[in-house]
Design a binder for this molecule. Structure first.
Ligand code: MEV
Length: 425
């Protein structure tokens, strides 16, 4: 008996060619031929490549890539490719960067390119002794880790440090080993996970315990990217604007409800560059939010203060586990071009650039919020321009703009259709 079209049990789905998978999904979901054709049009990502990047591929999802202009980072001008579906995100970076360009732009730095992998050990009766037994084997741990990746070693990376923590948990005492590895231009997940998996049986042997998880930590706090910038008072519009922005920062730093939104805005910029360069947005986001809560209370990822001259100084510091090799960075054709546009030659330079984008994004969000507000400042104004471009006159402009904002589609074709409907009564 063949499987009914309403069943999600589709045997061998992963082995089917893409077109057959689409057909199976179409049967299940009642997709029209046009919708199937849409899925099968994978645009500028070859279907074959998509099929190798993930499992069970039936299509691709296009996201606009915009370029943020005006960025000056460590004395160099850079164009920043950003992949995002959200309006105002690219414009926000352009605006913030324009207002600090003449003053020198952004200065960045990085703590290093070290990743941590964790090995969980349970069932040891003498956890403190076990901890020391593991630490005493540092040379063996180093040899075991470095043997996993000779290429990384040649590139100057490899094992750097060993840390062992005794952790009290609901499930009893655990001994957690951290291997700290310099992964250079790779994000490093594969490298450190391989090392951790190889090391686990040795740790179990040295201690008599049972190893369980062996996986990297996304709280990449040995891979901190930093950026700072001073916005001259005159460029931002005077003391009232500056003080409103500072107050917005103080609010975010004191209140997790606000900090979540404040940091979401920062991640609007950061994730857009991470995605455009084919890096792992979820890894960077997890690291950022965990770092924001590192002192026991979720707080702002940025810091803002007034300089002796009365200007507004902003800074950001957060984990930035991104790479130039591995994953989609070297495979996705758009990511490869994005990296060429960025012109960064190391994972460190990429991470530092991304931190600067996060700071710029935060500047613009706080400025808009502390002055005209996000909706009024961006959407309503933009919608009115589009309404006028569509030919709206007098009070038609406001009426068409309101509909565009309500629909969330501020587009000339929609504005023209709305205007036509309005005039038809
Ligand atoms: C919207 O995507 C981002 C903001 O909410 C950020 C913020 O509130 O700081 C505008």
């Amino acid at each position: 008996m063949s499987t009914p079209a309403s069943s999600s049990r589709i045997a061998g789905f992963h082995k089917l060619p893409i077109a057959d998978r689409v057909e199976a999904v179409a049967r299940f979901a009642g997709l029209e031929p046009g919708e199937c054709a849409h899925l099968l049009d994978t645009g500028n990502l070859p279907a074959e490549l998509a099929d190798h990047l993930i499992e069970n591929v039936v299509g691709t999802m296009n996201i606009p890539v915009g370029i943020a202009t005006n960025m000056r980072i460590d004395g160099e001008d850079r164009l920043i490719p950003m992949a995002t579906e959200e309006s105002s995100v690219v414009a926000a970076v352009c605006n913030a960067a324009r207002q600090c360009y003449d003053a020198g732009g952004f200065t960045t730095s990085m703590s290093g390119t070290l990743m941590i992998a964790q090995i969980q050990l349970t069932g040891v009766g003498d956890p403190q002794l076990a901890r020391l037994r593991i630490l005493e084997r540092k040379a063996e741990v180093q040899a075991s880790c470095d043997a996993c990746d000779p290429v990384l070693l040649q590139l100057g990376g490899g094992f750097r440090d060993l840390e062992v923590r005794v952790l009290e948990t609901r499930g009893g005492t655990m001994v957690i080993t951290h291997i700290v590895v310099d992964t250079r231009d790779a994000m490093g997940a594969n490298a450190v996970n391989t090392m951790a998996e190889k090391l686990a049986p040795q740790i179990a042997g040295w201690t008599g315990g049972r190893t369980n998880l062996r996986i990297l930590s996304n709280l990449a706090d040995r891979r901190l990217a930093r950026a700072r910038c001073v916005w001259p008072l005159a460029a931002i519009g005077g003391e009232a604007v500056r003080d409103g922005m500072l107050s917005a920062y103080h609010f975010a730093d004191a209140d997790p409800y606000r900090a979540a939104t404040h940091n979401k805005g920062i991640m609007n910029g950061i994730s857009a560059v991470v995605l455009a360069t084919g890096n792992d947005t979820r890894a960077v986001e997890a690291g950022a939010h965990a770092y924001a809560a590192r002192n026991g209370r979720y707080a702002s990822l940025t810091h803002w203060e007034v300089t002796a001259e009365g200007d507004l100084a902003g800074s950001i510091e957060l984990p930035m586990a991104v790479g130039l090799v591995g994953g989609a960075t070297k495979l996705h054709p758009t990511a490869k071009i994005a990296l060429k546009v960025l012109g960064v030659r190391s994972a460190e330079a990429l991470a530092r650039t991304i931190a600067a984008v996060g700071l710029a994004q935060n500047f613009s969000a706080m400025k808009a919020l502390a002055t005209t507000g996000i909706q009024k400042g961006h959407m309503a104004l933009h919608a009115q321009n589009i309404a006028m471009m569509a030919g709206a006159l007098g009070e038609e402009i406001e009426r068409v703009a309101r509909v565009l904002v309500a629909k969330g589609t501020v587009r000339i074709d929609v504005a023209e259709a709305e205007l036509k409907a309005l005039r038809a009564g």
